[in-house]
Design a protein around this ligand. Sequence first.
Ligand code: AMP
Length: 214
Amino acid sequence: MILVFLGPPGSGKGTQAKKVTAERGWPQLSTGDMLRSAIANGTKLGLEAKSFMDRGALVPDAVVIGLIAERVLSPDCKAGFILDGFPRTIPQAEALDLMLAELSQKVFMTVLFDIPDSELVSRLSGRRTCLKCGAMYHVVAASPKVEGICDACGAGLVQRDDDKEDVILKRLAVYHAQTAPVAGYYDSQRKLRKLDARLPQTEVLGHLKSLISN
Ligand code: AMP
């Protein structure tokens, strides 16, 4: 099953994707994680992407389309996967449909994580991320057992540069201008489902599971 998780930064789509992956085995394909790992490895692609990411802008479509086009060919994607943070523009959504058509596959459902901007600023500015395994915490709402250390892998936690308030506001503006129209793209294909991402994580997961199994 191929699922697209769509929503503004901080809406919880990455956290929920990890939970569904753990239960159902479909890998989580996060372009944000792929780009951060390219930056950590000092690759040319990472260097190119960093300047866009640091200022809250989108990385060029060709770069992220290339990453996903390669990743979907991996054997672990055969039974399905969850796209988290891709597509973020209409051209990316169109490129995804084309690449899946070549593999005789298609998006099964797009889930929109609906949440007002006012909630996102506090969620994102308190967020702490493990750059090694991608686990996410929040200084108030979901703190790790030992401050600054990832419960899952023991690596240090950081505040991402793009989780600082001025960049958050830019990312939200970019979301509304460039990514929100992607919901309309899937709605016109009758594949869009919405969930209330303000609810507690367990309720969001319950809603998600009922969407997937119906
Ligand atoms: P995320 O971890 O999904 O919030 O992504 C962090 C940053 O990576 C974004 O603010 C963009 O700069 C970049 N990025 C991630 N996914 C995409 C995408 N599909 N298209 C363009 N830029 C992306």
